[in-house]
Design a protein around this ligand. Structure first.
Ligand SMILES: [Zn+2]
Length: 63
């Protein structure tokens, strides 16, 4: 099982996403971010979003 926690990328948030694959966790994390962190994400440039995506992917660990 794979796991991602918002805290792992420095967010003050208790959200944790789990899934069978990295892709599944990425999908859940992005869906969460689009709702809960919409304010932070809407101000990001395309470049920042790409960087954020990489950081998010790198933070997904085996649980
Ligand atoms: Zn969060």
């Amino acid at each position: 099982m794979m796991k991602f926690a918002c805290k792992d990328i420095g967010m003050d948030c208790d959200f944790v996403a789990t899934g069978a694959s990295k892709e599944e966790v990425m999908q859940k994390a992005m869906a969460h971010g689009g709702v809960t962190h919409a304010d932070a994400m809407k101000n990001m440039t395309q470049e920042q979003m790409a960087q954020f995506g990489k950081q998010l992917e790198a933070s997904i660990r085996t649980a």
